[in-house]
Ligand binder design. Structure first.
Ligand SMILES: C[S@@+](CC[C@H](N)C(=O)[O-])C[C@H]1O[C@@H](n2cnc3c(N)ncnc32)[C@H](O)[C@@H]1O
Length: 162
């Protein structure tokens, strides 16, 4: 199931953290989650040689993995070690099992005319809020449980037929 949305390109946006200090090196949780799920099993050991803000280690722990790694900045290391131990190991797993671990829960299902109409209608509503096409496809992908490129194809096909 986990490999259903494996493609050549993953379109995952940076996280927007309102009012919080931004770390431009920090990877989005969704990306780390996908990479860890695809490359390891629960109980495995994930190594990050440059721990930084421990994002990889934190997601690994949240997915029931163990983590090991290195960080040259002692202050940052101490701060993050305190934080990571407060994360309950495996807490993210329950949410994954409820849809088989695949965020694109409708991916292999046949499209119905009604669903296509809903996607197109939703696309126009989203676009009215001023988002880019890329952002709109990401939102549609999450809401309709299908891949980013499926959403783009439906919209482009509709635009081509106008
Ligand atoms: C971009 S961050 C890594 C982000 C991290 N992989 C994550 O998931 O959040 C790079 C980190 O590597 C650390 N670093 C650089 N050289 C290092 C070295 N020789 N040994 C250990 N850590 C090092 C830096 O202090 C910095 O915090």
């Amino acid at each position: 199931m986990l490999y259903c949305d494996l493609g050549d390109v993953w379109a995952i946006g940076r996280e927007y953290k309102k009012g919080r200090t931004k770390n431009k090196n920090e990877l989005p949780v969704e990306l780390l989650k996908k990479m860890i799920l695809y490359s390891s099993d629960e109980g495995d050991l994930v190594c990050d040689f440059f721990l930084g803000s421990f994002s990889t280690a934190k997601v690994a722990r949240s997915l029931g993995r163990y983590s090991i790694g290195f960080e040259i900045n002692e202050t940052a290391y101490k701060h993050q070690v305190d934080h990571i131990t407060s994360i309950q190991r495996g807490w993210m797993l329950a949410g994954l099992r409820s849809n088989g671990g695949n965020p694109h829960f409708n991916q292999r299902k046949r499209w119905t005319k009604e669903e296509m109409c809903s996607v197109i209608e939703r696309y126009h509503n989203i676009k009215h809020t001023g988002v880019t096409d890329r952002q709109a496809y990401n939102i549609l992908s999450q809401e309709f449980g299908r891949g980013y490129f499926s959403m783009m194809n439906i919209i482009k096909r509709k635009q081509g037929s106008l």
